[in-house]
Design a protein around this ligand. Sequence first.
Ligand SMILES: NC(=O)c1ccc[n+]([C@@H]2O[C@H](COP(=O)([O-])OP(=O)(O)OC[C@H]3O[C@@H](n4cnc5c(N)ncnc54)[C@H](OP(=O)(O)O)[C@@H]3O)[C@@H](O)[C@H]2O)c1
Length: 456
Amino acid sequence: MRQRIINARVTFHNSPIHVLERFAIRDVGDAYEQFRLHSDLDECVIIQTCNRVELFARTGPGGTERLKRTWASLTGLDEVAFDENLEMSEDDEALRHLLKLTSGLDSMVLGEEQILGQIKSSIAEARKTRSSGRYLNTIFDKAIRIGTRIRSSTGIGRGGISVGSMAVRLAEENIDDMKSKRILLIGTGEVSTLVAKSLLRRGYAFDVTSRTLGRARAFCESLGGSPVRFEEVLSGFTGYDAMFVATTAPYSLVTFEKISQAISAGRTGGSNGQDGHLRRGMMILDLSNPRTVDERVATLPGVKLMNLDQISEMVEKNLTARAGKARAIEDAIKEEVGVLEASVRRLAAEPIAEHVFKKIDALREKELQKAVRALDETDPERISIIDSLTREIVESIVSPPINNLRKASERGDSGVIALAGRLFDYGGGNDGEADADASTSAGASDPDSNDPSSND
Ligand SMILES: NC(=O)c1ccc[n+]([C@@H]2O[C@H](COP(=O)([O-])OP(=O)(O)OC[C@H]3O[C@@H](n4cnc5c(N)ncnc54)[C@H](OP(=O)(O)O)[C@@H]3O)[C@@H](O)[C@H]2O)c1
């Protein structure tokens, strides 16, 4: 029964953000438990960002269907919804996809950095709950290293391209003379930081608001902008020409009523029309997912509302412009995917290697103690010399065959692995892969710790 690495994903490529939201898994800890119980996954890692919900798993035949069923029951969706939105990859294609993620090739904003941090957090969480094991830990660790290397060798991340900078560019495309305009940033999180950096780089002044004035102040101290009270802003929005909204609020912060009041106050130069500033329109960029700006505001005259989907369209243009770099990343991935596949194949030999090292070391230790007793040796320095001698003898006898076993495993030579299992009296495994049972229990261990020939 061959175990496979699979990837199941719903992303912005195939599904608009409001559809994507419905596939989001609210309680990831519980989801890991449900996938383990009902989908029979050996290992699982969930990655969720504003633009994607993805699962990587190690499973046997039938795992894909069971995974879909559990995912549907976790989200309350009909399984039919998955037919229209879900993409699946297996084995080398799943590995290739993970490299596209870590290198930034699959991101809405080509080469953006956030996805790398999000993947690191996802694998850390999976490790902590022991949802990932020997296979996915190795794959993710290596994919993160490879992705980082590709980013720096192709220079794809240079220039600080991010959702934030794309949003600011979008505002620039739609608003004349941004420098003279009043800009508001709602939120002080990760995305707001990206927006603020981009505004600052371009020399635009802006206000920042957050539920706590202290947080807005601290944000402005390190990232620029002027802090303003949340209640003050929410009561009106008057006087602003551009608003960037990036919060995780689960309801509409920017309502139809408030914007409509703000627009009429601006037109009449009303109570809050600061500096006699008569606004002709207002641009609102809602970067939140789920959205925190009431979509009906787009129907108000003079209001232009843009959200993540529109940024995605802009990014398509960005992709074309950066196609040269995208090609360079694709070429690098083509080369690296083979390295990653070999690492995965090599894991099949690890349980045997561990078994052999453990068994021989126990024997060595027993014989060492016997010899120390027979010699009546008590000098720690002399005991340490004998200890090192026995270790080196064992290492030099055992390492060559084990390294050959690892090489055979890298080539996918399951015959050699099965034979080694018999020769070394290893009882685990039933599928030509020696550690079918060991994979989940290896969660926190470093699979490369015994591994002198690791190439990353
Ligand atoms: N991270 C990404 O790569 C990315 C990319 C595209 C879009 N997005 C979307 O952008 C939004 C912000 O993401 P983030 O990564 O910046 O999140 P984050 O770092 O967790 O920051 C969340 C922000 O939301 C504010 N907030 C939370 N609940 C609120 C409420 N009830 N009322 C008002 N403000 C509230 C927080 O304000 P306080 O300081 O007052 O707590 C904080 O400033 C999310 O909807 C996310 O889905 C994220």
